[in-house]
Design a protein around this ligand. Structure first.
Ligand SMILES: Cc1cc2nc3c(=O)[nH]c(=O)nc-3n(C[C@H](O)[C@H](O)[C@H](O)COP(=O)(O)OP(=O)(O)OC[C@H]3O[C@@H](n4cnc5c(N)ncnc54)[C@H](O)[C@@H]3O)c2cc1C
Ligand code: SF4
Length: 442
């Protein structure tokens, strides 16, 4: 077996038992008794600020009251009627910057009601019962194509199916789920939850999922517009920004999203190679996920290097703390200038930066960090976009309802303007676009 100190990329740096412990549920589910105690802390505020802070506007005090009165399935229905991926969102939402940050008990006592864990308690109860709380309306005879089976596409497809429309859901990948399946950190979504939730969602009926279908290759937007009454695009961000420095092509340099996807799909984590010294470039959630998971796989040192100050990192304070707790080093105000090595990467050279009114400037002072694996986590971009769609700041331009301005075409989630590239926002946008499509078709 490889050890943590062995140089280069090595699989099996940790034994199977340790790996299983490292990648188990980040937050254990609440027991029924713990859920009652947690629910009891809610003041059931009138005009509750937690609801306003939730992009899907779940009636949080209502669902917490339903848990408090021991009706977890009714609580789940309250959640799912606003957010059909409430189970995944309970696991992945940055609640510390959304509902829980707004909770009055956070303001008063620095300890919010545990809304995320309560949401998980309720939605898990519904999934465990194997029931689907919604029924399909009578078929309308209308057909809608949804491209992209990520959170936006799934939320849109489910809402349209509920309204009685027939939905064909296309995705380029081998499995549906989008980043729920290929992006979310393994310890946030354990036991194949993304696929279980997908199967549960499809149980509404009226949705046909076709995987391995690629808009731009075997599907065209014009073809879909001719064949269907409406089209929703939930394409996400499939491109990644390039690292424009000397040596960026050396062996051992890879995109963080590819590493994370490989990790999520690995049947045996002990087969996944990881470096002894890992350097992650970037300051967002993807950087933190790649760094934490490298450490959990057994890398000896993992360093996140972000070009601006800590206050500018898009990863939340909670995520930064999680990284630090897992042994990841965070360094700020430094940008990569070269990836050094002989074939494979050996170290990364950085230059210190200053972030002033003229933007980011280098100080000329440099330093090196040893690395046998480097992950680029410097931002995702929109992939190829069909003709006829207007772009704004690198995304598909949409109005408040998700309409693109191109006849019959709506878009939402990460690929569209507005929103903040979170699962819950993608769900809200997919759902709202479905309502808009339904109005247009009625
Ligand atoms: C590494 C990583 C970790 C993240 N962690 C979190 C987290 O913890 N919490 C959180 O709230 N958010 C997180 N996010 C953000 C969140 O995953 C996204 O905001 C969300 O998945 C966006 O949903 P979407 O449906 O718009 O796109 P996606 O989930 O990206 O789904 C898009 C789908 O479209 C398909 N597709 C793309 N192009 C085509 C095409 N041409 N033809 C057919 N199909 C196509 C793709 O295969 C994919 O299945 C993370 C993102 C990343 C990258
Ligand atoms: S703000 Fe906090 S206390 Fe008030 S309803 Fe929401 S969860 Fe309950």
């Amino acid at each position: 077996m490889a050890t943590q100190r062995m140089p280069g990329l090595q699989p099996g740096r940790l034994d199977g038992e340790t790996l299983a412990a490292h990648f188990s549920d980040l937050h254990a589910p609440l027991t029924p008794h713990e859920a009652l105690v947690a629910a009891d802390r809610c003041y059931f505020c009138h005009d509750a600020p937690c609801v306003t802070a939730c992009p899907t506007s779940i009636d949080i005090p209502l669902f917490i009251r339903q848990i408090a009165t021991e009706q977890p399935k009714a609580a789940a229905k309250t959640i799912l009627s606003q957010n059909i991926l409430g189970g995944m969102c309970a696991r992945v939402c940055p609640t510390e910057t959304l509902c829980e940050q707004a909770c009055v008990r956070e303001t008063a006592e620095s300890r919010p009601v545990e809304i995320g864990r309560l949401q998980r308690f309720a939605t898990d109860a519904m999934m465990a019962a194997g029931s689907h709380p919604f029924t399909r309306a009578a078929p309308t005879g209308r057909r809608v194509a949804v491209v992209g089976a990520g959170p936006a596409g799934l939320a849109c497809a489910h809402r349209l199916a509920m309204k009685g429309h027939a939905v064909t859901l296309y995705d380029a990948r081998a499995k549906g789920g989008g980043l729920n399946e290929y992006g979310i950190a393994a310890y946030k979504s354990t036991q194949d939850f993304a696929q279980a939730e997908l199967d549960w969602l499809l149980a509404i009926g009226g949705i046909t999922l076709e995987t391995g279908r690629h808009l731009g290759a075997d599907l065209s937007l014009d073809g879909l517009r001719a064949e269907f009454d409406a089209v929703f695009l939930g394409l996400g961000l499939s491109g990644v920004n390039a690292l424009d420095v000397d040596g960026a092509g050396r062996d051992g340099v890879a995109d963080a999203v590819d590493f994370i996807a490989e990790l999520r799909q690995a049947e045996d984590l002990a087969t996944l190679p990881v470096g002894r010294n890992v350097v992650v470039l970037g300051g967002g959630m993807t950087a933190v996920d790649a760094a934490v998971q490298s450490k959990l796989l057994g890398a000896e040192t993992v360093t996140i290097v972000y070009r601006r100050g800590q206050d500018r990192m898009s990863a939340s304070g909670y995520e930064q703390e999680l990284a630090a707790q897992k042994g990841v080093t965070l360094r700020f105000n430094a940008r990569p200038v070269a990836v050094l090595g002989n074939g494979a990467v050996r170290e990364v050279e950085f230059e210190y930066t200053e972030d002033g009114p003229e933007g980011l400037t280098g100080t000329g002072e440099t330093f090196c960090i040893p690395a046998d694996q480097v992950f680029r986590a410097i931002g995702q971009t929109l992939g190829a976009v069909p003709e006829g769609l207007r772009l704004e700041r690198g995304k598909i331009r949409v109005d408040a309802e998700g309409f693109t301005g191109l006849d019959k075409v709506w878009a939402g989630g990460d690929c569209a303007t507005g929103g903040d590239d979170l699962t819950v926002t993608a769900v809200a946008e997919g759902r709202d676009a479905a309502e808009s499509i339904h109005r247009a078709l009625s």
